[in-house]
Design a protein around this ligand. Sequence first.
Ligand SMILES: [Zn+2]
Length: 250
Amino acid sequence: MAAGHNNVAAVGTAQSNSLYGTNFLGSYSQGTSHAQVAVLKANLRQYRSITPSYLWTSTPSLDGNTSNSFDAATTANLKVFQSNSGLTADGGYGAASRNAMHTSIGVSPKGWVRIFKSTPGYVNYNDTANGIAADAMYKLDHAWCTSSCRDTLYSIGYSFYSAYSKLIEVNDGSLMDGADTPEHSTHQSGREVDIRNAGLTAAEAKKFLEICVANSNISRVIYYTNHGLTSNKIYIRADHSDHFHIDTVN
Ligand SMILES: [Zn+2]
């Protein structure tokens, strides 16, 4: 469970490998030989088994292909997975594909869920090109939370969208099951999520605070200003000028 990957093929960097005592690569592609390639092939077999067969009519089978070698059949299967997941089908398994694999078949032993890539209420910044670039140092997947926390994100995002036709950008939650992370001092409970304020006007940020305060599953929101609102749920902290930090009850 190092770095919160569990059943899904892991990626890493020198920094995260040093931290967790792992030896993951930043990406795997044809020609790579690595134990995580065998995991990736098992992931692709599972994904293939739960998706319509017409997607795979011209793709070689990975049945019985359990070696550590990233071969042409692995590339072909990964490309189908990538295009079906809205990714560029480049045949390389890196952080974007790992995030998508987590979304598709990732299993959290604690029963946590992954924040969706996008919904009518929010966009998951962790799954955008900018978000993936911002996570390049460790390549960890901070998009996990409890199911009730994820429901709350949808709810507050949808309320905000209904007012402004603008999707909030959800950034880091926790690593799967609260694995220790070098990127946050907290964010291990599955009930903590950051929301970016990029592109929000002061009036929109104030409205977002109001929506958070009114939500019964939100116990606290940390932000650099309360925009004149008085609520004991709002904690003013100068170091939260570029995002809201939300704590949920469940
Ligand atoms: Zn936070």
